[in-house]
Design a binder for this molecule. Structure first.
Ligand code: RFL
Ligand code: PHB
Length: 392
């Protein structure tokens, strides 16, 4: 088998990269270790920046998103028993975010890809990457017990944090930066209406809580939990009681409960690998970096990475210029580090940290007070929340 770009991973970054390359006339094959159903079963991100929506528009995969996605012009911060709205729209000169689940983005990209006839090899086991330092890279994998070889010109590692791509880079060529937070998020999806028409991020003495949604009939809620906590310890009732305690009285009263459809615990981590290019191998999305979910940057960063990468590869093929490829790592990392900073900041502001004690809590309270009473501070939050521009 032969193609121009071999993409490892059919998550949102791999699928979007495939669509952007296809639009630029560049052949690509995706190699994914799981089944399509498994990939679609993962409940993850819910908030899309305008830049992400723009990329989906570019590849013609946004019809349902524009029909069903919920456009939000603000976000609410809850602390000290009351809610305060950050007017994203007014503070950013008209920008908004769109609430539309990662599952739906993935489904739309999968369906569009199937219609183009581009190859996606699901349930490809044991992928290994070869000769990306030379001029004839290869991806080898097993499919239905048969070893297959995919010859290509470039490899895009879009295979998430646990993927093989980053691990294929010689240890000495990679520098990594990491922070692991001393807590996790317990997430619950339910067929219940959202508490409020916008997202609520709550700082509470019992711990952080987030009220999000997927539609006007489906909610996604999170509560901060211990790192070693187990999903089995949380019955639906325990979860709803804990969430209610962490909200202001009006939101607590408005909370509609119901059976959970999905319940899972995710650890919180900040991670960046540098650089993002090794010869003919590029890293993008969660394969290259992780942000804690506070601020909803993970999927959006992944989309921006592949936006840069697709443009760089298009320049290589159409204009015979390697300038974009040569600058990919630097360009993407600049945006990545700014999103890392924002996600770390919002995480630090909103969560209960075991080690900071009463002083740390007073500092958070003072900063939240400042944030909602200073236009300068609220603007800084708003412009990061809606997404920093994708500079070329
Ligand atoms: P993914 O989605 O992990 O996809 C990688 C794909 O690669 C496959 N793979 C392999 N394939 C072949 N061979 C191998 N050896 C392979 N190893 C792995 C995997 O099976 C998978 O299909 O990475 P990608 O595409 O870079 O996308 C990143 C996003 O999924 C991630 O950043 C977001 O989900 C993060 N995130 C959020 N981001 C947002 O922008 N907004 C949010 O509101 C938001 N909320 C969240 C989140 C992540 C969460 N969790 C559970 C991590 C909320 C949560 C709870
Ligand atoms: C979600 O809806 O899953 C979500 C929303 C906002 C975040 C994180 C997750 O900051």
């Amino acid at each position: 088998m032969r193609t121009q770009v071999a993409i490892i991973g059919a998550g949102p970054s791999g699928l979007l990269l495939g669509a952007l390359l296809h639009k630029a006339g560049i052949a690509n094959v995706i190699v994914e270790q799981r089944s399509a159903e498994y990939v679609l079963g993962r409940i993850r991100a819910g908030v899309l920046e305008q830049g992400t929506v723009g990329l989906l528009d570019q590849v013609g995969v946004s019809t349902r998103l524009h029909r069903e996605g919920l456009v939000h012009g603000g976000v609410e911060l809850c602390f000290g028993g009351a809610r305060h709205r950050i007017d994203l729209h007014a503070l950013t000169g008209g920008k908004t975010v769109t609430v539309y689940g990662q599952t739906e983005v993935t489904r739309d990209l999968m369906e569009a890809r199937a219609a183009t006839g581009l190859a996606t090899i699901y349930e490809a086991e044991g992928a290994s990457l070869h000769d990306f330092d030379g001029s004839h890279p290869q991806v080898r994998f097993n499919k239905d017990g048969v070893t297959q070889t995919l010859d290509c010109e470039f490899i895009a590692g879009c295979d998430g944090y646990h993927g093989v791509s980053r691990q294929s880079v010689p240890a000495g060529a990679l520098q990594t930066f990491e922070r692991i937070y001393p807590f996790g998020w317990l997430g619950v999806l339910s067929e219940t209406p959202p508490v409020s028409h916008e997202l609520i991020y709550s700082n509470h003495e019992r711990g952080f809580a987030l009220c999000s949604m997927r539609s006007m009939t489906r909610s996604r809620h999170y509560v901060q939990c211990a790192l070693d906590d187990k999903v089995e310890r949380w019955s639906d009732d325990t979860f709803w009681d804990e969430l209610r305690r962490r909200l202001d009285p009006v939101a607590a009263e408005a909370l509609v409960t119901g059976p959970s459809i999905e319940k899972s615990i995710a650890p919180l981590r900040s991670f960046v690998a540098e650089p993002l290019r090794f010869g003919r191998l590029f890293l993008a999305g969660d394969a290259a970096h992780i942000v804690p979910p506070t601020g909803a940057k993970g999927l959006n960063l992944a989309a921006a990475d592949v936006g840069y990468l697709a443009r760089a590869l298009a320049e290589h093929y159409a204009e015979k210029s390697d300038a974009g490829i040569d600058h990919y790592s630097q360009r993407a990392l600049r945006r990545i580090w700014r999103a890392e900073r924002f996600s770390w900041w919002l995480t630090s502001l909103m969560h209960k940290f075991p080690e900071t004690g009463a002083f740390g809590q007073r500092m958070q309270a003072a900063e939240l007070d400042y944030l909602v009473h200073s236009t300068a501070a609220a603007t800084a939050m708003a412009e990061n929340y809606v997404g920093l521009p994708m500079e070329w």
